[in-house]
Design a binder for this molecule. Sequence first.
Ligand code: ATP
Ligand code: MG
Length: 397
Amino acid sequence: MSRERTILIRYDEIALKGKNRRFFIERLRHNIRSGLRGLDGVRVEVPHGRVLLHCADSQTQEIVKRLKVVSGIASMSVGVMVEPDLEAMARQGVEWIAPLVEKNPNATFCVRTRRSHKGYELTSTEVDREVGGRILEQLRPQGLSVNIDRADFRLEIEIGLPHTVMFQNRIEGLRGLPVGTSGKVLGLLSGGIDSPVALFRMIRRGCRAHAIFFDNQPYMGKGGHDKVQRLCRVLTRYQQAMRLWVVPFEEVQVAIRDNCRPDNRVVLYRRMMYRIAQALAEREGYQALVTGESLGQVASQTLENLNAVSRVVQCSVFRPLIGMDKNEIITQAKNIGTFDISIEPQPDCCSVFMPEHPVTKARLPELENDETRYPWEELLQQALEKTEVQDPEPSPF
Ligand code: ATP
Ligand code: MG
C-alpha cells in the first residue's frame, strides 16, 4: 500500500491580514479544493497558520502541479506524518538525505522545527539539535555537514496537534492573494503578448479577471478570436472560471476610418473600446478595467494618448504593466504559458486600420471634434447588443 503523504501549504501575505485573515484563508481553502477537483480521497485541514493536505503518495506530483497555479500559496513542501519521537524523525531524515549525500559528498543540511504543540517535552531548538545530531552521526562519514543559512537540504519538522509532520525542501508557489478576495475586473484582451500578462497580474492580486475582446472579423478572419479564446483557457487555469465577452468592432472602425482624421484613428478606436468596456463593466458589476499598456511602448501609449483614452471613462483603469520593460513582460508571458499563443501571427485589429502616421500627442479638442462626425453613441449601443459571451474551460497543462 502506498504511504500517505502530507503537503504543507504556506501563505505569506495572508498571514498579515489581521481581522480579515479567516476570510482569506477560507477563500484559499476553497480555491485549493476546486483546483484539486477530480482527485479522490484528498483531505484538507487548516490548523494554525498553515494549510495541510493529506493524499496518497501517487497523487503528490499531480497535486503539486495544480497547486503551483493557485494564487495565494507562497510555498509548499511534501512530507509525511511521523511519531513525535526523535529516533523516528532522524530515521526519516536519513532516508531523505542519504541519496543526496551519495550524489554530492559535500552536501549540507539543516533542521528547522516549529512547535505549535506547546506541551511537547522539548523546545524547537532542542529538536533541531537532537534530530540534526542523530542524522549527522550517521551521514558525516559520507561527507554531510551542517549549514544553517544555505543548506542544500532543509528538513522541516512541525510538531503540532493532532500530528507531527516532516517536510522536504520547499517548492515555490505563485504567491499573491487568493482569487476572489479582491473583486472582479474586466481586462481588455487582445491577442498580443501584453494584455494576458496584465490580466494575470490582477488575478495574482486576488481578482477574478474577465476578458473583453474587440473583434474585427471580416478583416482578421476567425484567427484573432480563436487566439484570444485559447489565451483565456490558459488564464482560466489560474482562476478556475472566467468569462470572455466578444464585441463586434468592425462597424466602429469603419466609421472612424471614413469620418475622422487618419492620424487620430488609433486613439479614437481606443476611446471606443474603453467606452464599451465601461458600459459592460457597469452592467455586469465588474469594478475596474485592466489593459496591457506600457508607457512609451508604441505610439498609442504616450502619456498624452493614455490620458486621452482614460478621459472617456469614469471607472478605475488599471495598467499593471505601465512601468515594465518589454523583456520583463515577455519573461512573465513565458512563465505563465501565454507567450507561444501570443506570438502566433495575427493581423492586429488596429493595424488593419492603422494610419501611416499615428499621433503621439493626441489633442483632446481635436478628438472631440472627430467624434462629432460619426454616431458613436449609436454604434456603442449596437456593439453592446451584439456582444457575445463565452465561458472558456481551463486548458490542460
Ligand atoms: P497587446 O500585446 O496586449 O496586444 P500591444 O502592445 O499590442 O498590447 P496595443 O495594441 O496598443 O498594445 O493595445 C494596448 C492595449 O489595449 C492592449 O494591451 C489591450 O489591453 C487593449 N487592446 C488593444 N486591442 C484590443 C482588442 N482588439 N481587444 C481588446 N483589447 C484590446
Ligand atoms: Mg496589440
